[in-house]
Design a binder for this molecule. Structure first.
Ligand code: ZN
Ligand code: ZN
Length: 645
């Protein structure tokens, strides 16, 4: 007997007859694996479970736990889609159908657009074909025959693909029932496993992404191996839609983007601005408490300054064009760093002054293409909570720790408990791509590492990810529905101190170059605000809410009393709205709920007499009557503790 040797991932080996398939080996290992198997990896390459193995190989049987196997599964779902569409609309022309992150798409050309009704029909047909458990079979066909086959069935795009892509005389095809596709594979054995999918939408796309080519209709589907994962995904999508900061921004009257002013430029309405003021007040207090000095720098500065800093070179694609004044070019600032550098440099510094920590809520303007702009998340004008630390080498560990502790305080106070930390280091194999001395890089990276280790912060170390001017730490916070957001950055810079010839007088009386660190915690006020809106789905905790309590008199009779209560609450420092409209109480409550106001205070005869209010909370409902003084004390405690509820 002619045997081959199979080496499994655990290192064990087995002798099997030449021609044994991965499916047969899975069955030998156990029925559970045989059932869960989707595809195999032989010597690093993905192959069909049905492929006869003809030489000694390292073999893994892949299940839904393997991300590559899931992509094979999704690609098979794309074939299932094409098979279903061809059964319903035999005249469609086929493009390509790859897997994507959460599912798949397939491209079709058809004179009429696919409607939502069509999608429903197609989805039903897909389930039908899946239930028939049609095998996905691989076939090798001579290239000329393949071209002929597609020519005869009028599939000109497929014809083009075979002619372009097939390099070997025999080309690989997969059949799913009557549907036949030019495809390298591999695929899962049959359609029966594909149950958890949903067709999502149709989008236009040019053939091969070239606008000179014909328009295709792409049908997109979400697809997972397990129904539970599809349900989770769809639920998350629903949640993301419900939390969309652009929609909530309009509904809650927080901000807008005005076409007359231009894209990517944010107008903060009174309620959004109220939240921003509270955020900024908190931040300024923290900055002062932590030894930062607040500064302000101009929004336009000479272009020459940006040449000295280097931004006019490596950053010019992100800058608005310069403007000329009195024969000198001026540049709208894309960054705050050179401004802070000039303040540091404005007089000779002594080592006794270091570290110098300059902070600014600095507004910058960057040119982003209109296609990538997105609400508050990606804009052209924004305010960074920026700071630059100038220090001596022996001070960096403490400065790093202070930065990270500050970042943690931001996460805690604004209600985030989950985060991911990444340390981007230089690529030791290519020191020539970086500015600064290798020993300075090492010192900085060691300081970042030992700070994170000492603080017991888990982090991902990514060599080769650092910018050319220094290593950095990024903190991504994770929001209420599990999405990570890149906000905080602590970034070393070996470039600017050199370019601007920064110096301080050391203890030894000699001049030394200081270290420079850029750091931003929120990143940008706009983006952080967008993240907060989505994290809280617009229901801000009381300390941030633009309106903390709505006073709702039962009728006009209690208006005077309601006005007095409102004044009293305002005098106690709260943001209060008196709803004195001639509306029913139910309507007033509904509107306050829609505005996500934390507390509603109902005033009627009973309350007016006894000096109480009937308290209603937006999510906890009716909390019953409470003396006014008690409500004031409770709300004050809630606000002062930055409570999240
Ligand atoms: Zn394919
Ligand atoms: Zn900077």
């Amino acid at each position: 007997m002619d045997n081959i040797q199979i080496t499994l991932p655990d290192g064990s080996t087995r002798e099997v007859p030449r021609g044994t398939t991965a499916a047969q080996i899975a069955a030998q290992i156990g029925p559970r694996l045989a059932q869960a198997a989707l595809v195999a990896r032989a010597d690093g390459e993905l192959v069909d479970l049905s492929k006869p193995l003809d030489h000694n190989v390292k073999l893994s049987i892949l299940t839904a736990k393997d991300p590559d196997a899931v992509q094979v599964f999704r690609h098979s779902a794309a074939h299932l889609l094409a098979a279903a569409v061809l059964e319903l609309y035999p005249d469609v022309k086929l493009g390509v159908g790859p897997p994507i992150d959460t599912g798949f798409f397939y491209e079709f050309v058809r004179p009429e657009p696919f409607t939502p009704d069509d999608l429903e029909k197609i989805e039903k047909k897909m389930h039908e074909v899946a239930e028939r458990d049609v095998p996905n079979e691989r076939k090798l066909i001579p290239k000329a025959e393949a071209v002929e086959l597609y020519r005869k069935s009028n599939q000109q795009f497929k014809c083009e693909l075979v002619e372009e892509k097939a390099v070997e005389p025999m080309v690989s095809f997969y059949t799913t029932g009557k549907f036949i596709d030019f495809c390298r594979g591999p695929h899962i054995p049959s359609t029966g496993r594909i149950k958890a999918f949903k067709l999502m939408n149709v989008a236009g796309a040019y053939w091969k992404g070239d606008e000179k080519n014909p328009q295709m209709q792409r049908i997109y589907g979400a697809c997972f191996v397990e129904q539970k994962d599809l349900d989770d995904y769809l639920h998350k999508l629903e949640e993301a839609k419900r939390r969309d900061h652009r929609r909530l921004g309009t509904e809650l009257d927080l901000f807008s983007i005005e076409d007359e002013a231009g894209p990517g430029l944010i107008f903060w309405h009174p309620k959004g601005a109220a939240i921003r003021r509270i955020m900024e007040d908190w931040l300024r207090n923290e900055l002062a408490r932590r030894g930062y000095e607040l500064v302000y720098t101009p929004h336009i500065m000479r272009l020459d300054l940006w040449k000295t800093s280097g931004h006019a070179g490596f950053y010019s694609a992100n800058m608005f064009g310069p403007m000329e004044v009195e024969k000198t070019d001026y540049q709208l600032k894309p960054m705050n760093c050179p401004g802070h550098v000039l303040i540091f440099k404005s007089r000779l510094r002594s080592y006794r002054e270091l570290p110098v920590r300059l902070a600014e809520l600095g507004t910058v303007y960057r040119y982003e293409r209109s296609g990538v702009l997105h609400g508050l998340m990606r804009v052209r004008g924004f305010t960074q909570d920026d700071a630059h630390i100038f220090c001596m080498p022996e001070q960096i560990e403490k400065e790093m720790q202070d930065c990270i502790e500050f970042a943690w305080e931001v996460l805690r106070v604004f209600g985030f408990s989950d985060y991911v930390v990444e340390l981007s280091a230089g690529d030791p194999a290519h020191p020539e791509t970086y500015v600064g001395a290798p020993e300075d890089w090492k010192h900085a990276e060691d300081a970042l590492k030992s700070t994170l280790d000492r603080m017991k912060v888990p982090y991902k170390y990514i060599p080769g990810e650092a910018a050319f001017y220094g290593p950095k730490i990024d903190v991504k916070l994770v929001d209420a529905i599990g999405r990570p957001w890149q906000l905080t950055t602590v970034q070393f810079d070996f470039n600017l101190p050199e370019r601007f010839q920064l110096e301080y007088v050391g203890e030894d009386g000699n001049r030394h170059r200081p270290l420079m660190v850029h750091r931003a915690l929120w990143g940008s006020v706009e983006r952080f605000f967008g993240v907060l809106i989505e994290h809280y789905a617009g229901a801000f905790p009381a300390w941030l809410a633009p309106v903390q309590a709505a006073v709702l008199p039962l009728s006009g009779k209690f208006e005077e009393h309601a006005r007095q209560l409102t004044e009293k609450l305002k005098a106690a420092g709260f943001r209060v709205h008196l709803d004195d409209r001639n509306e029913k109480l139910q309507a007033k409550i509904r509107d306050a709920q829609l505005q996500k106001i934390p507390y509603m205070l109902v005033l009627g005869a009973k309350e007016a007499e006894s000096g109480t209010v009937s308290v209603r909370h937006r999510s906890k409902g009716d909390l019953g009557p409470r003396p006014v003084e008690q409500f004031i004390a409770d709300l004050k405690a809630e606000v002062d503790s930055h409570a999240i509820q």
